[in-house]
Each structure stands twice: as structure tokens, then as C-alpha cells.
Design a protein around this ligand. Structure first.
Ligand code: AMP
Length: 213
């Protein structure tokens, strides 16, 4: 069974995804990271995506589904995938579940729940490494990346309150129905994301232990 991490921006999906992927040998896919890599490549498509991502809008479902199909097709059948940042709309959910089904796969959702206030607070304080792209939460006090020593800066889309609000609104209107659909299928576990990193990891492992076997 593949795993989909759901959560409002700043909920810690990236951090927890990294920990779970390492601990349980999952292949992780971070859609936001994949889009930022496309932007950095400077391709025509990357330049088109840049404006959308920086303004806090969602990239079109067609592009997202093309990127994810390309990734899933490259995975072997026995390698479990951990998805972070997809699906974010009902159309993406239908497309992803169809794609998984034709490849003999299925997915279970894990929701890391935080309040909107906590999300805004975390986003405005976190920093990303310009080299290895590791996200550092606001409470990290160092000047350099803890992984590679690289320079830390705020993500462009985290410096603008309008962009932050747009992303949170998109989560509420577009992604919440997706989460509800997983819940209706009994394919969702919800974890309290307001705790510290270690406690969230522990809850994820305890509550979803059957997914990691
Ligand atoms: P993230 O790194 O998950 O916060 O994503 C950063 C930005 O990439 C989002 O604000 C969107 O502009 C874009 N993005 C990431 N994943 C998706 C998706 N599944 N659908 C549409 N846009 C996305």
C-alpha cells in the first residue's frame, strides 16, 4: 500500500515524510519539490510554473498528472511510494487513483492536522536551504543548513502573506474534499500535528503501523 501525506502548508509533511521514508524504505515523492526543480531548470514549462507557484496558486491538474504519471511509471511494483503534496484537488485524486490502480497499486491517507493560525506562524518563520532544499523550522537557530552547511533563506512563496493565505484557502476548498473522500473510504488516519516533531513521528508510526510492515 502506498501512502499519501495530507496536511495544511507548514504541517510538517516534508519533515515527517523524510523520516518515514528513511525508516521504512519508502520512495518519497514531493510534488512541490519536483515543481521547484522544474523552475530551477529554467525550461519554458519551468518559467510558466514559476509565476503560478510564487503567487500561491495551484499548478494545473494536467501538468501535475503528467509529472506524477512519469514518476509512478518509473517505480518497480514492489517499491512502496510516499506521496507528499499530491493529490490536492478532486481531479488529481481521480487521476492518481486510476494511475495507481492500472499499476496494481492503492494508497492510504495520513492527515497531519494543524490550525490555520499555526500554519501561518510556521510558514513565515521557516527557511529552506538553497543547496539541498531541506526545510528548517522557525525554532532552528543556526545560520547554515544542518544537512549540508548551505545558505538558508525564506521560500519566495512564504514571504508574501497574500500567497500564504491563497495556499491555505486552496487547501480548505480544494484539498479538504479529497481528504473527506479518503475518510469515506476508510482510508484515512488523522494525527495531531501541533505537537513537536518527535511526538508526531511517534503517533504516525503507532497509529499507522499496519502501513509500514
Ligand atoms: P509545497 O512545496 O507543497 O508547499 O508546494 C509549493 C507550491 O507548488 C504550491 O503552493 C503550488 O503552487 C504548487 N503545487 C505543489 N503541489 C501541487 C499540486 N498537487 N497541485 C497544484 N499545485 C501544486
Amino acid at each position: 500500500m502506498d501512502i499519501i501525506l495530507f496536511g495544511m502548508q507548514g504541517s510538517g509533511k516534508g519533515t515527517q515524510g523524510k523520516i518515514l521514508a528513511q525508516k521504512f524504505n519508502l520512495t518519497s515523492f514531493d510534488m512541490g519539490g519536483a515543481l521547484r526543480a522544474m523552475i530551477a531548470s529554467g525550461s519554458d514549462l519551468g518559467n510558466k510554473i514559476k509565476t503560478i507557484v510564487e503567487s500561491g496558486e495551484l499548478v494545473s491538474d494536467d501538468i501535475i498528472l503528467e509529472v506524477i504519471a512519469d514518476f509512478v511509471h518509473k517505480q518497480s511494483a514492489d517499491q512502496r511510494i510516499l506521496f507528499d503534496g499530491i493529490p490536492r484537488t478532486m481531479h488529481q485524486m481521480t487521476g492518481l487513483l486510476e494511475l495507481l490502480q492500472v499499476n496494481g497499486r492503492d494508497a492510504f491517507g495520513l492527515l497531519i492536522k494543524i490550525t490555520e493560525e499555526e500554519a501561518v506562524n510556521r510558514l513565515t518563520k521557516r527557511r529552506i536551504c538553497v543547496d539541498c532544499k531541506t526545510i528548517h523550522p522557525g525554532f532552528y537557530e543556526g545560520d547554515a543548513c544542518k544537512e549540508c552547511g548551505g545558505h538558508l533563506e525564506s521560500r519566495k512563496d512564504d514571504t508574501d502573506l497574500g500567497s500564504i493565505q491563497k495556499r491555505i484557502d486552496a487547501f480548505k476548498t480544494e484539498t479538504t474534499p479529497v481528504i473527506q473522500a479518503f475518510e469515506a473510504r476508510d482510508h484515512l488516519i488523522t494525527i495531531d500535528g501541533q505537537q513537536d516533531i518527535e511526538a508526531v513521528t511517534k503517533d504516525l508510526i503507532d497509529e499507522a503501523s499496519h502501513l509500514f510492515k
